[in-house]
Design a protein around this ligand. Structure first.
Ligand SMILES: *[C@@H]1O[C@H](CO)[C@@H](O)[C@H](O)[C@H]1NC(C)=O
Ligand SMILES: *[C@@H]1O[C@H](CO)[C@@H](O)[C@H](O)[C@H]1NC(C)=O
Ligand SMILES: *[C@@H]1O[C@H](CO)[C@@H](O)[C@H](O)[C@H]1NC(C)=O
Ligand SMILES: *[C@@H]1O[C@H](CO)[C@@H](O)[C@H](O)[C@H]1NC(C)=O
Length: 641
């Protein structure tokens, strides 16, 4: 409890008032300041306000910023200075409220001074500075809220308004800059008509308006305004943008006239010759002989066809789906609609059973992406062989359509009938030989067979599985020769898929790879010959032998067809490479393992050994061998000496 002073103790009414104020001071400052603000509002003088605030002067923190603001706005300067002085001692920051209130007073005062100018308040109408650029289909404008492009201007406008129609573009907006009010107004009387429905504008960027005007006809304009001599002081070509766009214009040359320029001299525009004609002379305008006085145009049906592109993305047979892309006629600007029909040939529309023409869809020439969508699973109508596109406008349809042969994407219906392969390569881990692809039962829609390594009878190896494509031959099996190839890691099968330009039948034919090997892949293995013996040479002549040769067969002979006996230049222990010096004979497994080399058997030069290899027909001779040295009996030579 605060100490109650003797003075207050003697005056009970004052005590009550004091207590009320004191309680208010301690109460929630927000709730309290609302009451206080109201009290200040109705205060008639600075004295009254001073009395109201007196209880709070020692606790300025409890006063809201709004109270401070109010004091300043009521211009009780003595009281305000007093509070600010005290705020420093109490370390309370009231600067925000003070500054904001003073600013608003100052503005009011300035505005009062400005109104001394009799013209003040009337927005001055000015033409804003702007830049323009074009590409084939569009005009790009940037309008800056200032009269000179490089001068600062208003950051934003209120009440922006844009009206477009025919060849007119009008913009207005209100803005403030350097203590002046402006009405920015720009009216452009353009070279040619625009398509207002698809033209856009945005005031999103600071200080400027961005506009994209869509040309009614996609052509390069020679200038922005129809009048050659018309000058707008603050008009500039948007060089930076135009340089970028020029590359997309691809050397397109500018036209010279338009319905607007011709209309100005009451003539009509002839598109084909890009000239103005008297209405009676439209008969001389190629393809457009009907004078249209309202449009200032020698008019007529379109006289050029568009072209079509389509790739069926529906893989079911007899069904189509995907986007039909239309490439517009190059010089025909006056086409409004491109209509796509089913065709019974490359010129004539298919007639449906109800006698109607078979329309697929239409694309408006004004859309940037000319496309007609064929929903997936669209059935091809009976008799339809083509897609046709007709150019149309208000005057009719050009009789000569663009056309495209229908190509129904469908995957092959069947896998190959089978796959046959016999390895003819004796090396382990490698194959060689002819793969035969047996013809598919249903060869419809198959153009080739695709050979792959498989990690199972149905799945391709995960990397580099492709071996080769083999062209289908109607009614025949086809084959591919694999010359010595390492079997990729993990590959266990050869697979063949039926294939065409649209894709592959999902299931392959397969054959398990049997990696055939020749005998005796490792030295001393059970399927290597065990040994070879030779008797003493009984032919006394040098370079001639007469001996008995005996082979000790391999322990396991199932993979051996025969043993091959060779002259050798070295023993098998010294390596087999280049050791052979001539074949002597074979010993078939199951027959005698002994043989006589008769008298006068010539020994090839350099032979020091007899070598024996194991052999498997079709795969070749083993890489390892057994050997025995030969000793040439040269008795006769010595005798001669
Ligand atoms: C011209 O500009 C429009 C609007 O930005 C754009 O859609 C169109 O693709 C442009 N034309 C070319 C040829 O790039
Ligand atoms: C644009 O302004 C001009 C000049 O004020 C006026 O003649 C024309 O009718 C206006 N056009 C549109 C579309 O607002
Ligand atoms: C656009 O048209 C409306 C209605 O006619 C008009 O109030 C407005 O001022 C026009 N704006 C411009 C820029 O011409
Ligand atoms: C109209 O055709 C006539 C006869 O061919 C020709 O003399 C005249 O110059 C043409 N006028 C225009 C404006 O093309």
């Amino acid at each position: 409890m605060p100490r109650v002073s003797p003075y207050l103790a003697r005056c009970p009414r004052r005590v009550l008032l004091w207590l009320t104020l004191w309680a208010a001071a301690l109460a929630d400052p927000v709730k309290d300041s609302a009451a206080l603000l109201q009290a200040l509002d109705s205060a008639l003088s600075q004295d009254e306000a001073t009395a109201l605030l007196a209880p709070h002067m020692d606790n300025l923190q409890s006063l809201g910023q709004q109270v401070m603001e109010k004091v300043v706005l009521r211009q009780w300067w003595d009281l305000a200075r007093d509070i600010v002085a005290k705020s420093h001692k109490q370390q309370v920051d009231l600067s925000f409220a003070v500054r904001s209130a003073v600013r608003s007073l100052k503005e009011e005062a300035d505005e009062l001074l400005r109104t001394l100018n009799p013209k003040y308040g009337l927005a001055q109408q000015v033409t804003p500075a702007f830049q323009w650029a074009q590409n084939d289909t569009s005009i790009f404008l940037t309008i800056k809220y200032t009269v000179r492009w490089n001068a600062p201007g208003a950051l934003e406008v209120t009440e922006p308004s844009v009206n477009m129609s025919g060849n007119f573009f009008n913009f207005s907006g209100l803005g403030k800059h350097s203590n002046n009010k402006y009405r920015y107004f720009l009216s452009l009387d353009l070279f040619d008509n625009i398509n207002a429905d698809v033209s856009t504008w945005s005031s999103a960027s600071v200080g400027r308006l961005s506009v994209t005007l869509r040309k009614r006809w996609a052509r390069k304009w020679p200038r922005l305004l129809w009048e050659k001599k018309a000058k707008i002081a603050n008009m500039h070509v948007w060089m930076e943008m135009q340089e970028k766009l020029d590359s997309t214009l691809g050397g397109m040359s500018s036209v010279s006239n338009s319905p607007i320029t011709c209309g100005a001299t009451n003539k009509l525009y002839c598109i084909g010759t890009d000239t103005c004609k008297k209405s009676a002379n439209c008969s001389q305008c190629p393809g457009k002989t009907e004078p249209d006085l309202e449009a200032f145009l020698c008019a007529g049906k379109p006289s050029e066809k568009a072209s079509l592109g389509f790739q069926d993305t529906d893989m079911d047979e007899h069904q189509l789906g995907g986007e039909i892309k239309i490439t517009r006629a190059r010089h025909d600007f006056d086409v409004d609609t491109y209509s796509v029909f089913w065709g019974k040939d490359d010129r004539n529309k298919l007639e449906m059973t109800d006698g109607k023409e078979a329309l697929v869809g239409e694309a408006l020439s004004s859309s940037l992406d000319l496309q007609v969508r064929l929903p997936q699973s669209t059935l091809i109508p009976d008799g339809a062989t083509h897609l046709l596109v007709f150019s149309q406008n208000g005057y009719g349809e050009y009789s000569d359509p663009g056309s495209l042969v229908l190509k129904d994407a469908a995957l092959p219906k069947a896998k190959p009938g089978g796959l046959v392969f016999d390895d003819e390569d004796g090396e382990k881990g490698a194959v060689r030989g002819r793969v035969t692809v047996l013809r598919a039962e249903n060869e419809h829609k198959i153009s080739e067979y695709s050979l792959h390594w498989g990690r199972s009878s149905t799945r391709r190896s995960s990397s580099s599985s492709f071996i080769s494509d083999v062209r289908k031959e109607e009614g025949k099996d086809v084959s591919h020769w694999i010359s010595h190839q390492k079997i990729p890691e993990g590959a266990t099968h050869l697979l063949a898929f039926s294939k065409n330009e649209f894709g592959e039948h999902p299931a392959p034919a397969s054959v398990k790879i049997v990696d055939k090997t020749k005998p005796c892949l490792e030295k001393g293995a059970d399927d290597c010959p065990s040994g070879v013996q030779v008797s003493v040479d009984s032919d006394p002549d040098p370079q001639q032998l007469q001996v008995k040769v005996a082979i000790t067969p391999a322990k396991a002979e199932s993979s051996i067809d025969a043993y091959a006996l060779f002259w050798g230049k070295q023993s098998c222990d010294s390596g087999v490479e280049n050791a052979k010096n001539g074949h002597i004979r074979d010993f078939k497994v199951g027959e005698s393992m002994e043989a006589d080399l008769p008298v006068d058997t010539l020994v090839p030069d350099g032979s020091t050994h007899l070598l024996v290899f194991a052999r498997k027909d079709g795969l070749g001779e083993s890489d390892f061998c057994v050997s025995v040295p030969i000793e040439d009996n040269r008795e006769a030579e010595k005798k001669e000496l």
